[in-house]
Write a protein of this length. Structure first.
Length: 264
């Protein structure tokens, strides 16, 4: 069976496709034109200006706020991150007006699609940011990795027991060359990861010889929503021309009778 069958392209999210994505029946789901292309154009330029002018966080991408990955071991940065949870939502709404915020549109789609609804993740009783903007410039890439909150912080630190995790990206702008999303049908289990922990902290930067030769390569278009099962190894190919901007986050599954938990 071709790995292309692991990608579902749908017109809208529903419980069936989300369940299949969490289960690994699909490793990626694409919703073309999820956010109107003209809305993307109106929003992306002020976002570029804001990140260019602000003291943005650095690394493989730039953002106007930290991700949880960057703050989990720094108490002062973690406080700033949690304090930003609701202001981030309010700012995106204001910048998107008079059109809907892409973050609100995604949260509403998840809430309507999932039997238990959807809500913001909380940490220590406080809401976590969701839907951070990420700017990727020429020369940047993300190496093959997994994103699993329970592995990154330890299962005792996660406020709800998760049985699956998705990564979500709404593409406000795409690179001229490169920047494709690459994912593999390969789940490196906690048991397999344990002896690799010191080599690949946080499951970041796996050598490609750990992964199947065949991968799924997705070239996003402006306005697309692409969701990946982050328990599977995935990467962003190097951007060789232009830059890309996404609204990004994670969605955790605690069971169909529980709301999906959203954070960034």
């Amino acid at each position: 069976m071709s790995i292309d069958s692991k990608l579902a392209t749908v017109g809208a999210l529903d419980a069936e496709v989300l369940t299949a994505l969490f289960a690994g029946t699909y490793i990626a789901v694409r919703v073309p034109n999820f956010y109107d292309a003209q809305y993307c154009k109106n929003l992306v330029e002020p976002l570029y200006e804001k990140i260019d002018n602000d003291a943005a966080t650095g690394g493989i991408y730039e953002s106007d706020i930290d991700s949880f990955w960057n703050v989990m071991n720094d108490e002062a940065r973690r406080e700033r991150y949690l304090d930003a949870a609701l202001p981030v939502q309010h700012r995106m709404r204001a910048m998107s007006a008079p059109h809907p915020s892409p973050v609100d549109q995604l949260r509403l789609a998840l809430d309507e699609a999932w039997p238990g609804g959807a809500t913001l993740m909380t940490m220590a009783g406080r809401k976590m940011p969701f839907g951070i903007t990420r700017l990727w410039r020429t020369g940047k890439e993300a190496l093959p990795h997994q994103d699993l909150l329970w592995r990154e912080v330890g299962p005792d630190q996660v406020p709800v027991e998760l049985v699956g995790q998705l990564g979500v990206n709404i593409y406000l702008d795409t690179a001229d060359e490169g920047g494709e999303l690459e994912t593999w049908d390969r789940y490196i289990t906690d048991e397999e990861y344990e002896p690799l922990r010191e080599t690949y902290p946080g499951s970041y930067g796996y050598a490609r010889d750990l992964l199947p030769e065949e991968s799924l390569l997705i070239s996003p278009e402006v306005g697309d929503l692409i969701m990946v099962n982050t328990t599977r190894a995935h990467a962003v190919r190097k951007i060789t021309g232009g830059r890309r901007m996404t609204v990004s986050g994670f969605v955790g599954n605690a069971g169909t009778d529980q709301p999906l938990r959203c954070w960034s």
